[in-house]
Design a protein around this ligand. Structure first.
Ligand code: NDP
Length: 323
C-alpha cells in the first residue's frame, strides 16, 4: 500500500485528495517502482485543472519521477531490483509506488541523484529537443526565451550559451531577472515592467531574433512574432498564461515566419530516442553546463500548495516532491 494524490474532479489545487492506493503488481514488460522524488511541472496543472482532458473519472497528476525498482515483471531483462531509474509520462506520478512500462525507464548514471533527475528529466528533455529539433540552434544565433527563471527557462539559458547562441530572457520581477542572469542569459528583460518587444529591438539593434521559445502563450505570442527577424521561427511550447486562441496562419506573412507547437512526447517516441536525448541531458549535467542549484523540495502531500505558488508565478526554477 502507498499514498497518492488523486484529483476527484477538474478544478483548483484543493481537488487533490491524499489517499491510500494498492501498490499494484508488474505485468509483462513492467516494473514496480518506489518513488523517491517526483518532479512538478506546469503540465500537472493543465491536467489537474481540466485544461487537458482526463482519460478516466479521476486523475493522478505528475509527469516525471525517479525511484528504485522494487519488483520486475515477466520479460524484463535489462532491469533488476534496486536499480535507480527515472521516467516521464504525461500523468500519474503523484504517488509513492507505481507500476511503469520498463521501456519508458531511463537508468540513472552514477553521478545523478534522484532529486536531480526528478527535477530535471522532463524539463531537461524539453530543453534538449527544443534546441536540437524544434528549432536547431546554431552558434551566433540570437534567441528569445520567455519565463527564463522558470524550470525549463533555467535549463534553456545555459544550454543556448553552450551552443554559442546569445540568449535573451524575459522574467517577471527583479529577483527572477537576477536569477536568470546567473543562468546563461546575456540579457534578461523584466516583462512585467518593460515592453519586451521594444527591449528586444533595442538589444538586437533592430535585427530581431532567429527564434523565440514561448511557453507563456496568450499574453506573449503577438509580441513574440514581432521579435523575430525575417524567416525566424516561433516555437510555442506552452501556455502558462492561457491558450493562444486567435492566431491566423497569415500572421506568419510578416517576414515569412515559421511557427511550431511541439510536445515533448512526440520527440521521445522510441526507446532509442528517449535514451539518446537523456544521454545528451545527463552529459550536460555532469559536464557542468546545466547548473541545477535551484532544486527546491517539499513533501509529496504538499503538491497542492506548490501548484498554487506556480499558478501565482511565485516559484523560481524547479521544485521536487519527496515521496
Ligand atoms: P515554470 O517554472 O516556467 O512556470 C511557469 C512560469 O510562466 C511562471 O513562473 C511565470 O514566470 C510564467 N508565467 C507568465 N504568465 C503566467 C501566468 N499568467 N500564470 C502563471 N505563470 C505565468 O514552469 P515549467 O518549467 O514547468 O514549464 C514551463 C512551460 O513549458 C509551461 O508552459 C509548460 O507547459 C511548458 N512545457 C512544455 C513542454 C512541451 O513539450 N511542449 C514540456 C515541458 C514544459 P514569470 O513570473 O517570470 O513570468
Amino acid at each position: 500500500m502507498g499514498k497518492a494524490l488523486v484529483a476527484r474532479a477538474p478544478g483548483g489545487p484543493e481537488v487533490m485528495d491524499w489517499v491510500d492506493l494498492p501498490d499494484g503488481r508488474p505485468g509483462r514488460g513492467e516494473v514496480l517502482l518506489r518513488h523517491t522524488a517526483i518532479g512538478v511541472n506546469f503540465i500537472d496543472i493543465y491536467y489537474r485543472s481540466g485544461l487537458y482532458p482526463w482519460p478516466e473519472a479521476t486523475m493522478i497528476p505528475g509527469a516525471e519521477a525517479a525511484g528504485v525498482v522494487e519488483a520486475v515483471g515477466e520479460g524484463v531483462t535489462d532491469l533488476r531490483v534496486g536499480d535507480r531509474v527515472a521516467y516521464v509520462l504525461p500523468f500519474g506520478a503523484y504517488r509513492e509506488t507505481r507500476v511503469v512500462p520498463a521501456d519508458r525507464l531511463v537508468p540513472l548514471p552514477a553521478g545523478i541523484e534522484p532529486a536531480t533527475a526528478a527535477g530535471a528529466l522532463l524539463k531537461g528533455l524539453t530543453a534538449q529537443y527544443l534546441v536540437t529539433a524544434s528549432y536547431r540552434v546554431q552558434a551566433g544565433d540570437t534567441v528569445l526565451v520567455h519565463a527564463a527563471a522558470g524550470g525549463v527557462g533555467l535549463l534553456l539559458g545555459p544550454w543556448l550559451a553552450a551552443l554559442g547562441a546569445t540568449a535573451i530572457g524575459t522574467a517577471g520581477g527583479p529577483e527572477k531577472v537576477a536569477l536568470a542572469r546567473r543562468h546563461g542569459y546575456a540579457e534578461v528583460i523584466d516583462y512585467r515592467a518593460d515592453d519586451f518587444v521594444a527591449e528586444v529591438a533595442r538589444l538586437t539593434a533592430g535585427a530581431g531574433c532567429n527564434a523565440v521559445y514561448d511557453s507563456v502563450g496568450a499574453d506573449t505570442w503577438r509580441g513574440s512574432l514581432k521579435c523575430l527577424r525575417r524567416r525566424g521561427v516561433f516555437v510555442n511550447f506552452g501556455q502558462s498564461s492561457g491558450m493562444i486562441r486567435d492566431f491566423a496562419l497569415s500572421d506568419l506573412a510578416a517576414g515569412s515566419l515559421t511557427a511550431i507547437r511541439p510536445v515533448l512526447f512526440d520527440y521521445i517516441v522510441t526507446r532509442a530516442e528517449l535514451l539518446t536525448r537523456s544521454a545528451d541531458l545527463f552529459a550536460r549535467i555532469t559536464d557542468g553546463t546545466l547548473q541545477l542549484d535551484v532544486v527546491n523540495t517539499r513533501p509529496l502531500r504538499d503538491a497542492g500548495a506548490l501548484h498554487a505558488d506556480m499558478e501565482a508565478r511565485r516559484t523560481m526554477g524547479s521544485t521536487v516532491l519527496l515521496a
